[in-house]
Design a protein around this ligand. Structure first.
Ligand code: GLA
Length: 409
């Protein structure tokens, strides 16, 4: 090795070492604590809308968002309750000289986009991170939280997904640091005076459901990213049953967005996602291309009877009545006194199911009136339900006691 080469090698080594030291120095600093953020009073029922990530990922553009807004109106999605049009990561450009966040060339005028969305009776959502960079490497809000919140409010933004991902390189990854950074943006949003639904994104670390409300958030992801397949969706969905105590009006556990219509699952599997998210209940954020929905996708996303379960004003969580083999029987009390029963078949074979109505409580001793929420038909009268559930499928019933149908009796 020549002396020249030795010098170059030592310089390179030095550069690597000093960048490690710098990283270690910043990563060893903790985030100053922040006060608890009061609840913002939004999201009494789980938020409903659409998000760009599952289908478009980094390819989303403003013109796609406009087309999604149009499709939400044309398909009846808006009238069914899906109102948020949420732009995920990759809209961000550089900051101006005064530090204002700007959009990149795919997005242009965000106020104009918000106006377009609002003119259709919809609301606009965007995405950022407490990191200097977002998960996809675009500009994050670190050090600009209040400025960004003011910018979002001025643009007319109604929903913020705030993804921790990009902040993991800035600070030691602890609950305290995550909570402080999420609270910081919670305060900043509150200060704007604009109603902005606040949605936290991480992978369910540090039992976020236990401290999410203190950040002022309305929902928080409880799982790593969903993929468009049965194993990913069912694992995330059924996991929520252990966390329901921490989810309710104004503050929801979020098992990630819907994959319905993206093509990786069967119609039965997508019916399971819609039913499970609704009985839990969880936010319903469609993640497909709304311009190109086939009949099965529309039938699932627009099932008004299932949406009504998700949006029941009491927000009472589902509970496991029993697990029989690979069939989960979940029940949920509705505010009108009816009970929703879901038979979820997690096995590879169709399953026969039955339920004596008395299992639902004494008031069902004289029988029940039940409606099948996927077939949209009444269930045959009798003292019990019997039916069969397809592989990875669901039967979802809304059951009222025969003694006083439709009432709490
Ligand atoms: C993370 C989130 C995803 C999506 C991407 C965007 O992976 O969990 O939902 O927002 O970042 O970069």
């Amino acid at each position: 090795m020549t002396s020249h080469q030795t010098v170059r090698l030592s310089a390179a080594l030095l550069a690597v070492l000093s960048s490690w030291t710098l990283l270690a120095a910043s990563a060893s600093t903790n985030v100053p604590a922040e006060d608890v953020v009061p609840a913002n009073g939004l999201a009494h029922t789980p938020p409903m809308g659409w998000n760009s990530w599952n289908h478009f990922a980094g390819r989303i553009t403003a013109s796609d968002v406009r087309e999604m807004a149009d499709a939400m109106v044309a398909t009846g999605m808006r009238d069914a309750g899906y109102v948020y049009v949420n732009i995920d990561d990759t809209w961000e450009g550089e900051r101006s000289k005064t530090g204002e966040i700007q959009t990149n060339e795919k997005f242009g005028d965000m106020s104009a986009l918000a106006a377009y969305v609002h003119a259709r009776g919809l609301k606009l959502g965007i995405y950022s991170s407490p990191g200097a960079k977002t998960c996809a490497g675009f500009a994050g809000s670190h050090g600009h939280e209040e400025q960004d919140a003011r910018t979002y409010a001025a643009w007319g933004v109604d929903f913020l997904k705030y993804d921790y991902c990009g902040a993991t390189v800035l600070y030691p990854v602890t609950r305290e640091n995550q909570e402080a950074l999420f609270r910081r943006m919670g305060h900043a949003l509150r200060k704007t005076g604009r109603p902005i639904v606040y949605s936290l994104s991480q992978s369910g670390e540090f039992d976020i459901w236990k401290w999410g409300p203190q950040t002022g958030a309305n929902m928080w992801r409880t799982t790593p990213d969903i993929s468009d397949n049965w194993a990913s969706m069912s694992k995330r969905g059924f996991r929520q049953l252990d966390l329901t105590a921490w989810s309710g009006p104004g503050h929801w556990n979020d098992p990630d967005m819907l994959e319905i219509g993206n093509g990786g699952m069967t119609a039965d599997e997508y019916r399971t996602q819609m039913s499970l998210w609704s009985i839990l209940p969880a936010p319903l954020l469609a993640g497909n291309d709304l311009r190109a929905m086939d009949a099965a996708t529309k039938e699932i996303l627009l099932n008004h009877e299932v949406i009504a379960v998700d949006q029941d004003p009491a927000g009472t969580p589902a509970r496991r009545l029993e697990t029989r083999g690979e069939v989960e029987v979940l029940v949920r009390d509705m505010s009108d006194g009816s009970i929703v029963v879901g038979f979820f078949n997690r096995s590879e074979q169709p399953a026969k199911v039955d339920l004596d109505w008395r299992r639902l409580g004494d008031r069902f001793a004289r029988g029940a009136a039940a409606r099948d929420l996927w077939r949209h038909t009444a269930v045959a009268p009798g003292s019990a339900f019997t039916g069969s559930v397809p592989r990875h499928g669901v039967v979802l019933l809304r059951v009222t006691s025969a003694a006083s149908p439709g009432k709490s009796g």
